[in-house]
Design a protein around this ligand. Structure first.
Ligand SMILES: [Zn+2]
Length: 245
């Protein structure tokens, strides 16, 4: 079982299972949008977005129905990080810090997660996940969760392209979002959230459907509206799914 969502950053809607062909061309075009957005120096009111990150109503727990959620069978998760092959502008300790932040937030779901450095070999079993830089494994995306192989693959090509197109962008923000998004799939959430701000969201379904926001006029004010870490709705959905309520 694979869950692909590499373009889930930079206003790049997460690729639907039927939309695997969205790759570099779309990445290029949408990175262009990011450059425009950043260069326009928009200063948005952070109020609505921050509220949406912190609060969740039952009515907002809506997904696109693009995957079948199921509880994780592991009582805890351990992410082993393998730094080899990473872009040179990401230091090992930086990526570890991002992983630690994401796992600390996801642990609020009620299933503890920890992060440790790759030790050379790990058992391929439930709850033990290898986070690696793997061009093939990422399928050309920023990130891809493979729940069958227990691998979270990061795409060096996508980050290279981002760096070429916009070297002043803080790529750590993008990496934080990708890691938190992909981690969410290992908590059993295979469907993507329809709420724009959720880290597990995608913005549209490619068929005219748009994501939900309390104030859609805010969306265009941000180069990236999606949160870099799990929101209240991401956590709530995880808790309900894993019967932690
Ligand atoms: Zn995804």
């Amino acid at each position: 079982m694979r869950n692909h969502c590499g373009e889930s950053v930079l206003r790049i809607a997460t690729v639907l299972p039927t939309k695997l062909v969205m790759k570099q061309a779309i990445i290029s075009r949408l990175i262009g949008l990011l450059i425009i957005a950043l260069s326009s120096a928009v200063f948005a009111d952070a109020g609505t977005r921050n509220q949406e990150i912190a609060q969740c109503t039952e009515a907002e727990l809506v997904t696109w129905g693009d995957g079948q959620d199921r509880p994780t069978s592991a009582s805890s998760l351990i992410f082993f990080y393998k730094h080899s092959g990473a872009p040179p502008w990401f230091q090992e300790h930086q990526v570890m810090n991002l992983l630690a932040r994401a796992s600390a937030e996801w642990s609020k779901c009620g299933i503890p997660a920890q992060v440790t450095l790759w030790q050379g070999k790990v058992e391929n079993t439930k709850g033990i996940i290898v986070v690696q830089w793997d061009a093939a494994g990422s399928g050309g995306h920023f990130g891809l969760a493979n729940l069958s192989l227990n691998q979270l693959s990061l795409g060096v090509q996508a980050f290279n392209l981002l760096n070429q197109r916009n070297p002043t962008h803080n790529a750590l923000d993008t990496l934080q979002m990708v890691l938190a998004h992909e981690m969410g799939h290992f908590y059993g959430m295979l469907a993507h959230s329809r709420r724009c701000v959720d880290v597990l969201s995608y913005y549209n379904d490619g068929k005219g459907g748009q994501c939900y926001s309390r104030d859609p006029s805010q969306l265009k004010l941000y180069p990236e509206y999606r949160s870099t870490l799990p929101t209240a709705c991401d956590i709530q959905r995880c808790r309900i799914l894993n019967r932690m309520q």
